[in-house]
Design a protein around this ligand. Structure first.
Ligand SMILES: [Fe+2]
Length: 310
């Protein structure tokens, strides 16, 4: 059996394509608690209090979509090896292993998953000094939930090719995948089309989490759903809509997995398990609609055009 292409260390950053660059930059920097680290005409890069150069890249676009999900690997040699293994598996690569010229630099490889999502493995990104963690602002991005048209194909790709492990299922509707000790860095949700469901930002503690929600409330931003605590992953949640209508989450206290001791289970989808505290109730139609988003072909059109030109 083929080995995974790399050993992923952690989820590093997410790029979102949006038509509301100015408004979203203001929201994530003035309200949500990230800080702008670089900016140009079409992009903003934002950091949390953690050591990642950036955790969110906002890019100007005509419609909402996922730009890129970036995972850290340890070394340049691992990126090179990933490039060889991706090629051997026939996975379409958008960027062969090379030094990256975008903000934060690093050495990376970019490839495409079966639904057109652009995935990057990167090492040697510029380090930044961690910031004060007393403030109720995110450390960084901790997970991304992706709507998929084929949850089994998605899980197969991310486990087989990327070596992620399934921590839990929520019936046959959601699958939670980890690459480190956090219960999930990626989750898939079976849906009618491919899109981003939400991006979650880690708060240092439950106290930070509640103070963060309070700070948003003071600024007139109220949750779409939450606060509450999920069964799968045991993490706290509070979901909000950003100016582009994409969903962002404050979370904390996600379950820590000890490899070889964790037993993957299938959770029933009942209110008392998706909302352990009973504080959130079921998600509203509005929340569901934001989480469904709009259909996103990612880079599938680029790939098709490249194949046609060959
Ligand atoms: Fe989440």
């Amino acid at each position: 059996m083929n080995q995974p292409v790399a050993r992923l260390h952690s989820l590093r950053s997410v790029q979102l394509r949006i038509p509301t660059l100015a408004e979203s930059t203001d929201f994530y920097s003035e309200v949500w608690g990230l800080s702008v680290i670089e900016q140009d005409h079409d992009d903003t890069w934002l950091r949390g209090t953690g050591g990642n150069h950036h955790v969110l890249q906002l890019s100007r676009s005509e419609r909402n979509g996922l730009g890129r999900i970036s995972f850290a690997v340890r070394t340049r040699a691992e990126v090179d090896e990933a490039g060889r293994r991706l090629a051997a598996r026939g996975v379409p690569m958008l960027l062969e292993p090379q030094a990256l010229e975008s903000a934060g630099g690093g050495y990376g490889v970019q490839f495409v998953d079966p639904e057109g999502r652009l995935i990057e493995l990167v090492a040697e990104v510029h380090a930044v000094k961690p910031l004060d963690r007393d403030r109720a602002v995110p450390i960084g991005v901790t997970h991304v939930v992706l709507n998929t048209v084929d949850i089994d194909r998605a899980v197969a790709f991310y486990t087989d090719v990327l070596g992620m492990r399934v921590s839990d299922w929520s019936e046959h509707q959601m699958a939670f995948l980890r690459c480190g000790s956090d219960h999930h860095s990626i989750a898939f949700n079976q849906a009618h089309w491919t899109s981003v469901n939400h991006v979650a930002y880690e708060m240092p503690s439950m106290d930070h989490f509640m103070r963060g929600i309070g700070s948003l409330k003071q600024q007139g931003v109220t949750p779409l759903w939450g606060p509450g605590r999920h069964g799968p992953g045991n993490n706290t949640f509070s979901y909000f809509a950003d100016p582009a209508g994409l969903v962002c989450e404050y979370t904390s206290d996600v379950a820590q997995v000890v490899e070889d001791e964790w037993l993957c289970k299938v959770w029933r989808r009942v209110p008392e398990l998706s909302d352990l505290w009973g504080t959130a109730g079921p998600p509203s139609r509005d929340a569901r609609s934001h989480m469904a988003g709009v259909e996103d072909r990612g880079v599938l059109d680029l790939i098709t055009a490249a194949e046609a030109a060959r």
